[in-house]
Design a protein around this ligand. Structure first.
Ligand code: MN
Length: 342
């Protein structure tokens, strides 16, 4: 985006039109944080602003101010939703790179005549789908880019405490509490600014990370004790959880969040894969240390994508067949997986 883009967007936002803020399917901390940060800021210059997410967000984000006002697309009548989208003058598309990432909401959103503004840090944005793009792979999180966008649009003074808490949430969840994508000084300058606005970092850490159920901790224990498969020749760990196993631990959305990161704490492990069985597919999460790019595997073999060190994909095979498929893929990368990691 150029300076004149930012000023024309600034004028659009200050206008009378309705503004919709969207983020991706299965929204995470960065998705909800970015959307609600934009909401709390824009609300002060234009009251007609609505956050619409494709499906529900995890309970650990419910403390976010006005989270209860988020419209969950798949819980509403499609015609009402089309009406809402068609009335919008601006639609923000946050933390995703292509309309398909909002799943069943994509058709309604793309049919709307609104100006569509993408703010995102995933590779390969679908440039044709959006009118304006603020797309930077180097950013720690979309929340960081939301801050940058508000700054460039002259709206910094409207970033209140609620908005600052949301930006903070997006940055700490997307960097694993500053353990990856965290080498840019700019991220820390933004964090400092957020604390100056009034963010209580200790309180937010508790709200985000000490907010789970007993059954979630027991699920973690079970996953690590009984379900951790180590493929030492490929420095890869796989954890798979069936629907039955998830049900046994009263699984709720968000409960498997973070599980995939733990196997990387094993010194020799460079890639971690989590498989969770959903109604009609197996959901895969990939994590890696260093230079090994897991988004290639996600994109090439599992209809997915994401970042170099954090990606996701889908499999329509059984859990066992998906594990076999991974075992057949890893040999192609054996040298890289065993190479020296920076
Ligand atoms: Mn993100």
């Amino acid at each position: 985006m150029t300076n004149s883009d930012f000023s024309s967007i600034g004028n659009l936002l200050r206008g009378q039109g309705n503004i919709i803020i969207t983020s991706h399917y299965n929204p995470d901390g960065d998705a909800v944080g970015s959307a609600m940060a934009m909401y709390h800021t824009i609300k002060q210059i234009n009251p007609n602003v609505t956050v619409v997410l494709p499906n529900r967000f995890p309970d650990f984000l419910k403390w976010i101010k006005n989270a209860a006002d988020v419209v969950i697309f798949d819980q509403y009548d499609q015609q009402n939703m089309a009406g809402l989208f068609n009335k919008a003058s601006v639609i923000f598309c946050l933390d995703y790179n292509a309309p398909s990432r909002v799943e069943s909401m994509a058709d309604t959103m793309m049919a709307a005549p609104a100006t569509k503004i993408l703010i995102d840090h995933h590779p390969n944005p679908d440039t044709a789908a959006f009118n304006y793009l603020l797309s930077k792979i180097s950013a720690s999180s979309t929340a960081e880019l939301v801050y940058e966008f508000l700054e460039e649009s002259g709206l910094t003074s409207y970033i209140n405490k609620a908005a600052a808490e949301c930006i903070y949430t997006g940055i700490i969840t997307d960097t694993g509490s500053f353990s990856f994508s965290c080498n840019n000084p700019k991220t820390y300058r933004i964090m400092a600014a957020l604390i100056e606005i009034g963010v209580d970092a200790e309180k937010l850490h508790r709200l985000i990370y000490d907010n789970f159920s007993e059954s979630r901790l027991r699920l973690l224990g079970y996953a690590f004790d009984k379900k951790l498969l180590i493929l030492s020749e490929y420095r890869t760990a796989i954890i798979s959880l069936s629907k039955q196993e998830l049900n046994d631990f009263q699984y709720k959305t968000g409960d498997t969040e973070g599980i995939v990161n733990y196997p990387l704490s094993i010194k020799e492990i460079n890639v971690s894969i989590l498989m969770t069985e959903r109604d009609d597919l197996i959901r895969l999460s990939f994590r890696s240390k260093g230079d090994f790019a897991v988004n290639r595997i996600a994109a090439e073999y599992f209809e997915g994508g994401g970042h170099k060190n954090a990606a996701g994909g889908n499999s329509y095979l059984s859990i066992n067949d998906t594990i076999e498929k991974i075992k057949s893929i890893l040999p192609f990368y054996q040298n890289e997986l065993n190479g020296d990691f920076k």
